[in-house]
Design a protein around this ligand. Structure first.
Ligand code: SF4
Length: 683
């Protein structure tokens, strides 16, 4: 199984047991004041999962290169101590660790230590939509000093016990900003034509090589495609690859896209393998330039080793870097090598607890694996005493609580009122691009079965269960939510239904649908109702849809032809922000899909009444309109369902509440699973 993945390979002098590399992720653990405990525990767990070579999140080569307040900085004693501890922990766990050398350039977020409250530093003062700032221009002297900072940070990596370094030269950060005409408008030694624009990355590669010596592995993550107008021209990408090879790097990892790209790159809507073609181009350029033996590492948007095996089998790349899949399941490689890929917890590419958090200061974690980033706080140590616990509700919070208790060696019974487990995930799994939410449910149920957990479906807990409940040492109450019904005229009309019924049977809805409520649920439902059944979810179709095969301008998704949309859907939201609650890296992608499908998105619009003909709305200017609809769906929020708490109190059994049952404020799946984990540990 996965013969191409499980072939040994080499990166410089590193001998690796397989062709997967754990790619860099900024975690917001790097600058924690904990002596490196959380950082070391995070990477060691992945090393124990047979990750092989792991690359750290970016360590800023100087304070002005930090991407935000949570970045580690080379030369900072506390940060370096955390890195030293992490390298030692990874080695003890049998892994190898590369330090990523990073400079954010114009992507330094406000509050980053080296920005002194001002914007970041870049080749040219070109405003950034990502940070909403205009960076300061680096002088020639600062550029030369920055090259030396990369070299100094590389020397620190050697001293701290790392096995390799990787220069971060993609995703629109400083090094990449030098190669793109958009962000490098200089006309001096460092810009003006293609050769001068690549002088900075090549100088960095050469300086790092010289700093660490001929034998120490140096990886370079370059951009295979910037995917912004004015990005590095495609022909310059190949020339850069050849120049970096000549400068002495041991491998080229190929990143894709910038944070400002109008094309999604890492979201669930992107089919696996879409970006392999750009890594293949790099390999071809290297072959043509006489460096064909240099390993190329593909990356971005793989969630399963079967997909990795496929891209490796094509023979155009040598390794594949996976990042988020190691958050979802640190054991993805070990489980697959043991012949059990079916037991891997699959990354949903939702970005909700990882990429979205990495742009702020909150600790990065994972929706499907809330222990991620918290390994030190929630160790999987079997408790000495085996107690008996019940979990009421088999939605995301309940499933997480149940598997956590079982992993801690406890006897667990799950009681679920519905005939199927999964709670709100059952609806999410129907939305285009979110199908893997169903895989999470299947995975957790399989894991529970393997851990000996009893799952009782179709059992609504009530007073008749009092005696049974008294037999437990504790209970997690995770009964989820009920759809909220607003107070509106016309609510009792037969064509009005709540979102749960609409998700359960979307085919029953007519050709014109009005959705009241434009939060995450309403937007997801609109996406489901307007999905084009003919749309192919292949890399080729994706690239064509985004006009990337045509070589035209890098632009947002074009509207579909009207005939491709199966329904006319209108979403009405009182608030100003459609899709509020969806993470920033995904919200715009989903809204683009809706606009392309012709969905009407009305914000700042209140509903006056529902009539037999549709919904009467009034906008902020007082304009009144009847939106004709065959069905009106209520996606107007949720209320906690926790009636069972009364029964539990009567039973006198200790209990913890998790997920929607605990409250619906800021409720999302990340909060639900994290609360499931914490509730289990508190009991
Ligand atoms: Fe994957 Fe979502 Fe977890 Fe991020 S939060 S690792 S995207 S499942």
């Amino acid at each position: 199984m996965f013969d191409h993945v499980f072939r040994p390979g080499t990166l410089g002098r590193l001998r690796l047991p397989h062709r997967v590399v754990m790619g860099a992720m900024h975690l917001n653990l790097e600058a924690l004041d904990d002596g490196g405990a959380a950082l070391a525990a995070f990477y060691a767990e992945r090393a124990r999962g047979a990750a092989g070579l792991l690359v750290t999140g970016g360590t800023a080569v100087n304070p002005e290169g930090a991407g935000g307040p949570g970045y580690g900085i080379a030369g900072e004693p506390a940060h370096e101590e955390a890195l030293r501890r992490t390298a030692a922990a990874v080695h003890e766990a049998g892994g190898l660790l590369a330090l990523q050398l990073f400079h954010a350039g114009r992507y330094a977020l406000p509050g980053a230590p080296g920005t002194d409250g001002g914007p970041g530093w870049a080749p040219s003062p070109v405003p950034s939509r990502f940070t909403r700032t205009t960076p300061r221009e680096l002088s020639d002297a600062r550029i030369r000093a920055t090259v030396e900072d990369f070299a100094r940070a590389a020397r620190r990596a050697v001293a701290l016990g790392f096995d390799a370094v990787e220069v971060m030269g993609s995703e629109g950060y400083l090094v990449n900003q030098f190669t793109a005409p958009l962000t490098n408008t200089r006309d001096d030694e460092w810009g003006g034509d293609a050769e001068r624009r690549r002088r900075f990355p090549v100088a960095v590669a050469a300086a790092v090589r010289e700093a660490v010596g001929a034998d120490f592995p140096v990886l370079f993550r370059m951009s295979g495609a910037d995917l912004v107008e004015g990005g590095t021209p495609r022909e310059d990408v190949g020339a850069l690859a050849v120049a970096l090879a000549a400068a002495g790097v041991d491998a080229l990892a190929v990143g894709i896209g910038w944070h400002e790209s109008p094309v999604p790159t890492v979201q669930a809507q992107v089919p696996a393998g879409t970006w392999a073609t750009y890594a293949k181009d790099v390999k071809q350029a290297l072959r043509a330039g006489g460096h064909g033996a240099l390993p190329v590492i593909a990356s971005n948007r793989y969630s399963r080793l079967a997909q990795v095996d496929e891209v490796l089998a094509a023979g155009d790349v040598d390794f594949v870097a996976l990042a988020r899949p190691f958050l979802a399941d640190p054991g993805i490689v070990a489980k697959s090598r043991a012949g059990r890929p079916d037991t891997v917890d699959v990354c949903l590419a939702c970005n909700e607890a990882c990429i979205d958090r990495s742009f702020g200061t909150e600790r990065v974690s994972c929706l499907v694996n809330p222990r991620s980033g918290y390994e030190a706080e929630f160790p999987l140590t079997v408790r000495e005493r085996r107690g008996r616990y019940a979990v009421i509700g088999a939605g995301p919070a309940g499933l997480e609580a149940a598997r956590t208790l079982a992993r801690l060696g406890q006897e667990v019974e799950v009681l679920e009122a519905e005939s199927e487990p999964g709670g709100q995930f059952r609806w999410a799994a129907r939305v285009p691009g979110k199908e893997d939410f169903g895989e999470t449910v299947r995975h957790h149920v399989r894991e529970l079965a393997g851990l000996g957990v009893r799952l009782r479906l179709g059992h609504r807990v009530g007073h008749r269960d009092l005696a049974h409940l008294r037999g437990f040492d504790g209970v997690v109450l995770a009964t989820g939510v009920l759809a909220h019904r607003p107070d509106l005229p016309g609510l009792a009309l037969p064509h009005v239904l709540d979102y749960q019924r609409a998700f359960a049977d979307p085919e029953a809805l007519g050709p014109r649908v009005a959705i009241i409520g434009g939060g995450g649920v309403g937007v997801d439902l609109a996406h489901l109702l307007t999905a084009d059944p003919q749309l192919k979810r292949t890399p080729e179709a994706f690239l064509a849809r985004h006009a990337l095969t045509a070589g035209g301008p890098v632009a947002r998704l074009a509207p579909r032809t009207a005939s491709a949309a199966p329904r006319r859907v209108t979403v009405v939201r009182r608030g100003r922000r459609m899709g509020a609650g969806i993470g920033p890296s995904t919200r715009w992608v989903v809204l683009d899909e809706l606009r392309a499908a012709g969905v009407r998105l009305l914000t700042g619009t209140g509903v006056e009444e529902i009539t037999r003909d549709g919904v009467v709305v009034r906008d902020a200017e007082g304009g009144r309109e009847l939106i004709a609809a065959d069905h009106v769906v209520l996606a107007t929020g949720q209320e906690p369902e926790r009636d069972v708490a009364v029964t539990l109190r009567r039973a006198g059994v200790p209990f913890e509440v998790a997920g929607g049952a605990a409250g619906t404020g800021a409720l999302n799946a990340v909060r639900a699973t994290a609360e499931g984990l914490r509730a289990a540990h508190r009991l």
